[in-house]
Structure formats: structure tokens, C-alpha cells
Design a protein around this ligand. Sequence first.
Ligand code: HEC
Ligand code: HEC
Ligand code: HEC
Ligand code: HEC
Ligand code: HEC
Length: 196
Amino acid sequence: MNAKLAILFLMLTIGTAMPVLLGIRDTFDVQLANLHTGYQPEQPIPYSHRLHAGYLNIDCQYCHTAADQSRHAGVPNLQTCMNCHNTVKGNTTESKERIALLASKFADGTGVEWKKVHNNPDFVYFNHMTHVRIAKNGEGFTCQECHGPMENEGVAHQQNILSMGWCVNCHRTWNEEYKKQGWEPAAPLNCDACHR
Ligand code: HEC
Ligand code: HEC
Ligand code: HEC
Ligand code: HEC
Ligand code: HEC
């Protein structure tokens, strides 16, 4: 069955039995979709987070500028890379080659087609801004909370399962925490918050 239809069907039939459904998900970690944990596609240029975000300590949002402002964190364009690589040409033969390739793709305007690592099915609604800037009464979650220690990564891979159980578990936990803090529980558990 088409995924969107399946959700609609479940919302109409067992939506009211949500706790049961989610309990099953949590207990058996049922996976209906291909959730791709550990997925690590080969990239056109083996860009390293370990070098840039770890060793050079560049802020995540220097490159993923939209994470606290919109739904998608976004992947940087080559202009961002060239801010440094106009002058940083590399020390080893390998790094020189890779940076030269980057520069040529910038110069001829072809760009780099990075392969998507994380890919929620499009019937799922997830918003970075809410989680990075609004959650926890404005404190927000760190990127690492969901993506793991990206600053240790060579070529990026998916570190968390991103399953419905994962989203919902965190929502439950934080609603409890919100109550303890005297805030209104704001992390939704209703189907149509995440499936719109
Ligand atoms: C200098 C630029 C730069 C910095 C700094 C940087 N990134 Fe990235 N990031 C990229 C590029 C380019 C890609 C796409 C290529 C890839 O997936 O490796 C990417 C990919 C990603 C992805 C996978 C995207 C997908 O397709 O699902 C995640 C998650 C991510 N970055 C998180 C982070 C986090 C967290 C930090 C800070 C610890 C960070 N990045 C710092 C440039 C950067
Ligand atoms: C703030 C400065 C800065 C930015 C921004 C930056 N880099 Fe780098 N990058 C460096 C430095 C410094 C090195 C180390 C060069 C060396 O000595 O080999 C490096 C090295 C590299 C290398 C060669 C190392 C290796 O793994 O072989 C590649 C490829 C690279 N960067 C790609 C990128 C890409 C793609 C972006 C944009 C998404 C980017 N860089 C943005 C500073 C930067
Ligand atoms: C690390 C914990 C955590 C994880 C993981 C998480 N969330 Fe949330 N989410 C929250 C919290 C806390 C809020 C309440 C934010 C606030 O205070 O307004 C929230 C709010 C939301 C909202 C309502 C606000 C909005 O953006 O419309 C949606 C929808 C949502 N999350 C979807 C998801 C989905 C889908 C996933 C999984 C792909 C997910 N969340 C994973 C903690 C989490
Ligand atoms: C509450 C969990 C959560 C937090 C916090 C979070 N992300 Fe994500 N991120 C996700 C999920 C889920 C996806 C997959 C979204 C999709 O496919 O629609 C994703 C996808 C991405 C992507 C792929 C491209 C895109 O925009 O969808 C990048 C890059 C990324 N995140 C970077 C970051 C950075 C940088 C931070 C911190 C500033 C961050 N994320 C914080 C859960 C999170
Ligand atoms: C906090 C966000 C969130 C809530 C609330 C939520 N879902 Fe989901 N749901 C997801 C995410 C993320 C996926 C994709 C990953 C997966 O399959 O686990 C998903 C996947 C699904 C799928 C699998 C579709 C497929 O093709 O594999 C079904 C069916 C579904 N949800 C139904 C529901 C129903 C019914 C409810 C209400 C009882 C609900 N969801 C509430 C986030 C959520």
C-alpha cells in the first residue's frame, strides 16, 4: 500500500489507539520503512567533517546556515568552501588534488552534487528550526543530540535511526521534562503533527 494511504488509514482506524501502536513500535522497534542507519554514500569529493568541524573547529552553522531559521538545515554551496580554499590549496598531493577539483567545479559553475545521507520519507514533517532554536524554552537541541558526533566523521554517515519510535520516544521524554520545568508540553504525539 502507498505509504500516505497507509497513514491515512491508520489515522482513521486506530489513530485513537495510538499508545498501543506506538507501544508496539517501541517494544519491537518495528521498521516499516528502510531506515538506513549507517548509510554512507560515496561523495563526489570525500569532504571530511573531522577535519573541518573537528580539527579546524568551524561552527556547524557556518556551513549549515539555515538550521535555526527554517525547516531544512541546508548544505553549503561552493562559495562557502571557496572563502577558504581560494587561499588554502592543500599540503599533500591528495589534498591538493581534491581542493583543485573543488576549485574547478566552482570555476566552471558545475557545483558538487552531494548525495543525501539522511532522507526521511516525504510523508514525514520535520522542522530544524523548532528543534534547534525553539525547543526547551528557547535553548534548543545541539546538532549532536540527533546526528551524533559529526565532528569525528570522515565521510558523513547516518548515525541515528530516525524512525518514528525515535521521534516519539524523545517527544515523550521531553514532555515529561517540560512538565517538571512547569512548561506546557509541546512535543506532539498526534499523527497529523508529523504526517501532514
Ligand atoms: C565547512 C563546511 C561544513 C561544516 C563546518 C559542517 N558541515 Fe556538515 N556538511 C557539509 C557538506 C559539504 C555536507 C555534504 C557532504 C557530506 O554529506 O559529507 C555536509 C553534510 C552534513 C550532514 C549530512 C547531510 C545529509 O545529506 O543528510 C549532516 C547531518 C551534517 N553535515 C551535520 C553537521 C554538523 C552537526 C556539523 C558541526 C559539528 C557540521 N555538519 C559542520 C559541510 C559542513
Ligand atoms: C574556514 C576555512 C575552510 C572552509 C570554509 C572550508 N575548508 Fe576545506 N580545508 C581547510 C583547511 C585549513 C584544510 C587543510 C588543508 C591542508 O593543509 O591540506 C582543508 C582541506 C580540505 C580538503 C583536503 C583534505 C582532504 O580531506 O583531503 C578538502 C577536499 C576540503 N577541504 C573541502 C572543503 C569543502 C568541500 C568545503 C565546503 C563545504 C570546505 N573545504 C570549506 C579550510 C576550510
Ligand atoms: C531530541 C529530542 C527530539 C527528537 C529526536 C525529535 N523531536 Fe520533535 N520535538 C522535540 C521537542 C522538545 C519539541 C517541542 C518544541 C517546543 O518547545 O515547541 C518537538 C516538536 C516537534 C514538532 C512540533 C513543532 C513543529 O515543528 O511543527 C514536530 C512536528 C516534531 N517535533 C517532529 C519530529 C519528528 C518528525 C522527529 C523525528 C524525525 C522529531 N520531531 C524528533 C524533541 C525532539
Ligand atoms: C531533533 C533532531 C535534530 C536536530 C537537533 C538536528 N537535526 Fe539535522 N536532521 C534531522 C532529521 C530527522 C533529518 C532528516 C530530515 C529529512 O530528511 O527531511 C536531518 C537532516 C539534516 C541535514 C540534511 C539536509 C537537510 O537540511 O535536511 C543536515 C545538513 C542537518 N540535518 C544538519 C543539522 C545541523 C547542522 C544541526 C544543528 C544546528 C541539526 N541538523 C540539528 C534531525 C535533527
Ligand atoms: C513525532 C513524529 C511522529 C508522530 C507523532 C507519528 N509519526 Fe508516523 N512516522 C514518523 C516518521 C519519522 C516515520 C518514518 C520512519 C519510520 O517508518 O519509522 C513514520 C512512519 C510511519 C508509518 C510507516 C509508513 C511506511 O511506509 O513505512 C506509518 C504507517 C505511520 N508513521 C503512521 C503513524 C500514525 C498512525 C501515527 C499516529 C498514531 C503516527 N504515525 C505518528 C513520525 C511520526
